[in-house]
Design a protein around this ligand. Structure first.
Ligand SMILES: [Zn+2]
Length: 173
């Protein structure tokens, strides 16, 4: 019995763009979340921002999370999150602060039979057939050709595995 190759698909929380004045462009621009945060310390008080990038010039726009807050009154878990500046972990915070718009999926489309394993970020809720359709770049109705055992209402959860087979392989003789 030979094991199938494993392909990892990652589902992350999408964070809404925002519109703000860009000092470098000198006009209103769209900014996208930079997957980063900044912390500043003034004696025993902290400022924290989420960082957004101007889509045109890459200039930074800061969204304030808190200002001049005593270190002791900042939730230690939040502080660790801001220190770590891990974009995947910051996304739920940005989605809650600025707004989120669903999810994004990244991963390779297998060119032969393979097992897709899902890594699902905290806060993502998505149907399996919708995720497969977006990841494979096909219509939701065509997903069944890739994976006969996909049940329509299954939710994607972290660690879920699905067997995929490119449709042309199964019809080619
Ligand atoms: Zn700009």
């Amino acid at each position: 019995m030979s094991a199938l190759p494993v392909v990892l698909w990652t589902l992350s929380l999408s964070v809404s763009d925002l519109t703000a004045h860009c000092p470098r462009c000198g006009r209103s621009r769209r900014f996208t979340f930079a997957d980063a945060a900044r912390l500043n310390a003034h004696r025993k008080r902290l400022d924290a921002w989420l960082l957004y990038d101007c889509e045109v010039c890459g200039g930074t726009h800061k969204v304030e999370l808190f200002a001049r807050t005593p270190v002791r009154s900042v939730d230690p878990a939040l502080l660790a999150l801001l220190h770590g500046s891990d974009g995947t972990l910051l996304r739920p915070l940005a989605a809650a602060t600025v707004g989120g718009q669903g999810w994004a999926v990244t991963g390779d489309v297998p060119d032969r039979e393979a097992e897709v394993r899902f890594a699902v970020a905290q806060g993502v809720r998505a149907r399996l057939d919708a995720v497969l359709a977006r990841g494979l770049g096909c219509a939701r109705s065509q997903v069944v050709a890739w994976s006969p055992d996909v049940a329509g209402c299954t939710k994607v959860r972290d660690g879920l595995r699905v067997r995929l087979q490119p449709p042309e392989v199964s019809t080619r003789i």
